[in-house]
Every structure is written in structure tokens, then in C-alpha cells.
Design a protein around this ligand. Structure first.
Ligand SMILES: CC(C)(COP(=O)(O)OP(=O)(O)OC[C@H]1O[C@@H](n2cnc3c(N)ncnc32)[C@H](O)[C@@H]1OP(=O)(O)O)[C@@H](O)C(=O)NCCC(=O)NCCS
Length: 213
């Protein structure tokens, strides 16, 4: 069973990373592979009630790979953590099958919840580099999360999410009509208020001038 899991982990990388030329290269050179294998050991210890040992194995894994996975986090088959440095996967996170995470991804808590406080990812989810998914939310199957997004709300299956805070720009492969990608001419409510006050001042001055003759 463990051998089958490890073979699956290697194949997950070989099929999804064109840079992976052989199984040996994956075994020797992919921190995402090392982190997933060490997570299986950490989780076995955790489930056997050897909590401290589980945490220690996870800590060594983080030290070696730069990827932090809590031993209680549940990960599915064929997870591929590409590059991986600075990934954090929290205690109550759940990850489906065939998921890809790039470097700098956080599956974390908002700091406002207790109990189930980390996200649940469906199958075939891709999370771009630097993206943060926070809270006990659910990300549906086949969702793509853009690099550097911050996702705070659940996302339906087959959607693409980008931005801070994350917003859905595609659903079922179709671009949403009101999805704006304009990051330059964003509305500026403070400037709008200043302009309104300035206009009010001009009108008041005019009224005073008219009254004074
Ligand atoms: C979001 C992503 C998955 C693409 O999804 P998609 O559904 O194919 O979307 P598209 O490429 O059609 O892009 C749709 C729009 O979102 C914009 N967009 C894409 N990714 C974005 C991001 N991360 N942040 C902000 N805007 C983004 C595109 O510019 C495009 O805007 P436009 O239509 O105004 O030109 C991809 O851009 C991404 O971020 N992948 C992560 C890859 C990664 O982290 N690689 C690291 C390798 S080391």
C-alpha cells in the first residue's frame, strides 16, 4: 500500500511536470515528493497517537523541503507540490486527488475560527504560486486559483479565481460578464468624496459672493 502510494506520488510529478525526465530524478530532486512521503510517515505516527513524533517528523520535513504540512492534514492521492518552498498546509486542511500546489501556497486559517478552520480542496484543483486560501471554506473540483490570490470564500466547481480578495472570473469555462480585470483604474471613494466636497465649497462661495453683492 505504501509502495503503491509512493509510486503514485512519483507518477503524479512525472505526468504533470515536463521538466521531470525520470523517476530517479523525481526521487532525488523534488522537494514536493519528499514532503508528501514524509507527511505519510508523520501522519502514521500522529494516527498512532504518537503526536509529538508526528510533529517532529513534520518539522524535519519542513527543515529539509521548506514545505510545512501539519501531520493531521488530510491529503488525497497524487498531490504535486511544485517547487514547494514556503508552502503551509494547516491542521484541518483537506486536499482531494490530483491537486497541484505551487510554491508559497498557504492553506491556512483566518485566525478567527476554531475547530475546522482550514480549507477543503476538491479533486484536480490547481493553486498558483503565492496564493492564500484561508478559513474553513470549500474549493470545488477543477478550480484554478490564480497566483497571489487571497481566497476567503468557498468557490464552486469548475471556476477560475484571481485577485485580492479572490473573485470568480470564469465559471464552467465561460468568462463571467461582469468580471473586470482592470487593476489600474480602480474606483477611489476617498478621491470621489473630496471632489464632491470641493464642488460643494465652490457652490457655497458663489452663494456668499451673490449675497454680498
Ligand atoms: C489563473 C490562471 C490559473 C489562469 O486561469 P485561466 O482560467 O486559464 O485564465 P486566463 O489565462 O484566461 O486569464 C483570464 C484573465 O485573468 C488574468 N489573470 C490570470 N492570472 C492572474 C493572476 N494570477 N492574477 C491576476 N490576474 C490574472 C489574465 O490576465 C486574464 O485577463 P484578461 O482577460 O483581461 O487578459 C493562471 O494565470 C495562474 O495564475 N496560474 C498559476 C500558475 C503558477 O503559479 N505558476 C508558477 C510556476 S513556478
Amino acid at each position: 500500500m505504501i509502495f503503491k502510494d509512493i509510486t503514485d506520488d512519483i507518477d503524479a510529478i512525472r505526468t504533470r511536470d515536463p521538466a521531470a525526465r525520470s523517476r530517479l530524478e523525481v526521487v532525488l530532486c523534488y522537494p514536493g515528493f519528499h514532503a508528501v512521503v514524509m507527511h505519510r510517515v508523520a501522519q502514521a505516527a500522529w494516527n498512532a497517537n504518537l503526536k509529538l513524533l508526528g510533529r517532529f517528523v513534520a518539522h524535519v520535513s519542513r527543515w529539509v523541503t521548506g514545505i510545512e504540512i501539519h501531520p493531521a492534514a488530510r491529503i488525497g492521492r497524487r498531490l504535486f507540490i511544485d517547487h514547494g518552498m514556503a508552502c503551509v498546509i494547516g491542521e484541518t486542511a483537506e486536499i482531494g486527488d490530483y491537486v497541484t500546489l505551487f510554491q508559497g501556497v498557504t492553506l491556512g486559517g483566518t485566525g478567527k475560527e476554531r475547530g475546522k478552520r482550514h480549507p477543503t480542496l476538491g479533486n484536480h484543483v490547481v493553486v498558483g504560486a503565492g496564493a492564500k486560501i484561508l478559513g474553513g471554506i470549500t474549493i470545488g473540483d477543477n478550480v484554478k486559483i490564480g497566483a497571489n490570490s487571497v481566497v476567503l470564500k468557498s468557490v464552486a466547481a469548475n471556476s477560475t479565481v484571481i485577485g485580492v480578495p479572490g473573485r470568480v472570473i470564469k465559471s464552467q469555462g465561460e468568462r463571467l460578464p461582469d468580471a473586470t480585470m482592470d487593476q489600474v483604474d480602480l474606483p477611489d471613494p476617498i478621491s470621489d468624496r473630496f471632489l464632491a466636497l470641493e464642488q460643494e465649497l465652490i457652490e457655497l462661495r458663489k452663494k456668499v459672493d451673490d449675497r454680498n453683492g
